[in-house]
Design a protein around this ligand. Structure first.
Ligand SMILES: *Cc1c(COP(=O)(O)O)cnc(C)c1O
Length: 386
């Protein structure tokens, strides 16, 4: 790597990529007059299901609302316990609380940052109903092991696949039913974005029908079905539902994002490989791993700094910002936040506590140039000194 020079603009940590196709799709959707959930949402769902290899995909307003509906559709209720990692975005645990259930935090494998299956087994009680696995920043969780545990104990396995579009697990895409339901996010920090948005994939016809009802007020007939029927359709409302619909404006953008997803994934994997090639030469940090059979999508590129060998992480972040580079702390630990401080989790989660303190997310986005990346690497090395 040659000496890099400072770019004129600040390098962001992430940035969604939209082209002229998204602009045109958005305008044409707007002009069609159908802007709420309609034909574009149906088309996006079909395309998404085909892409990941699932029988059904149900679009909603975010991954958080996807997870909320997944909890309801899985029958999780007040008093139930659901096992999940603390090391995740807080929405993972919040959705368990939405249905009155209790998140039971389990520690991570320090190499993958995902749930440690051995400790999952130890956390099961007579009230445990489900395991909510997270594919953290795009690296698949240990699904085979978790599935075996769930089956052995009669639990439901669910996936928070917010970051995992395009990630692969032993040859199949995340979202292909490794579990009852997988929930994806289209927030701008993720790879495929619709501004806000989410998707639930499942192979269960019954579950998908329930999800479609729940996302629109519990209504038995969709607007699209009513509109395209030549008979008067009278709907009923069989249970308390929500308004968690995605709009056709968002879905129109999502379809174009799906068209370029393979390109976006290839670019990310190329840049991630370049980071690893350079950074793995340094003895004061650890680069991300991909265990055999696991394929990362590098939604984020996260390193671990070895604290005894370098300046503090927060100091490094400030120095890099002074050099025009935006970084982020690694994944949060949910159990540190007030709504989850009702129990002393610390002694159970040593690896989570270490990981949240030592990890750092470096810039990675579709249009990042190699020159910009070289500047990031050089600045990291500079900033880490003493
Ligand atoms: C981003 C994220 C969410 C929330 O997604 P939204 O679409 O913003 O609601 C949930 N879980 C994880 C692990 C995430 O990274």
């Amino acid at each position: 790597m040659s000496t890099a020079t400072r770019p004129t603009k600040t390098i962001p940590v992430a940035k969604p990529f939209f082209g002229v196709e998204e602009e045109q799709a958005l305008v044409s959707s707007l002009r069609s007059g159908w802007v709420s959930q309609g034909p574009k949402v149906s088309e996006f769902e079909k395309r998404f299901a085909d892409y990941v290899g699932a029988q059904h995909a149900v679009a909603v307003s975010s991954c958080t609302t996807a997870l909320h509906l997944a909890m309801i559709a899985a029958g999780i209720k007040g008093g139930d316990e659901v096992i999940c990692p603390s090391l995740s975005f807080i929405a993972t645990a919040n959705c368990i609380r939405y249905v009155g259930a209790l998140p039971v935090f389990v520690d991570i494998d320090p190499l993958t940052y995902n749930l440690n299956p051995l400790q999952v087994e130890q956390a099961i009680t007579s009230r445990t109903r489900a395991i909510l696995a997270v594919h953290q920043i795009g690296l698949p969780a240990a699904l085979k092991e978790l599935k075996a545990i769930a089956e052995h104990h009669g639990l439901i396995l669910l996936e928070d696949a917010a970051c995992a579009i395009g990630s692969e697990y032993f040859g199949s895409k995340i979202g292909q039913p490794h579990s009852l339901m997988a929930c994806f996010s289209f927030h701008p920090r993720k790879i495929l974005s619709t501004g806000e948005g989410g998707m639930i994939t499942t192979n269960s016809e019954e579950v998908s029908t329930r999800l479609r009802r729940l996302r629109q007020h519990g209504m038995t007939v969709s607007d699209l079905a009513r509109h395209s029927s030549n008979k008067v359709v009278v709907e009923s409302y069989d249970e308390v539902g929500y308004n968690f619909r995605m709009t056709d404006l968002q879905a129109a953008v999502g379809i174009e994002q799906l068209n370029r997803l393979d390109d976006m994934l290839a670019r990310r994997r190329h840049l991630a490989k370049r980071y690893t090639q350079e950074l793995s030469k340094l003895n004061w940090l650890i680069t991300p791993i991909e265990p055999t059979g696991y394929r990362h999508n590098f939604q984020s590129y996260m390193i671990r700094l070895l604290p005894e060998r370098v300046a503090s992480r927060d100091e490094i972040m400030q120095r890099m910002l002074d050099l025009g580079i935006s970084t982020r702390r690694g994944i949060m630990a949910t159990h540190f936040e007030p709504p989850y401080a009702d129990r002393d989790w610390n002694s159970l989660l040593p690896e989570t506590i270490k990981a949240t303190a030592q990890t750092l997310i470096l810039p990675l986005y579709h249009l990042m140039t190699e020159e910009e990346q070289d500047w990031v690497i050089q600045s990291l090395v500079e900033s880490a000194k003493g």
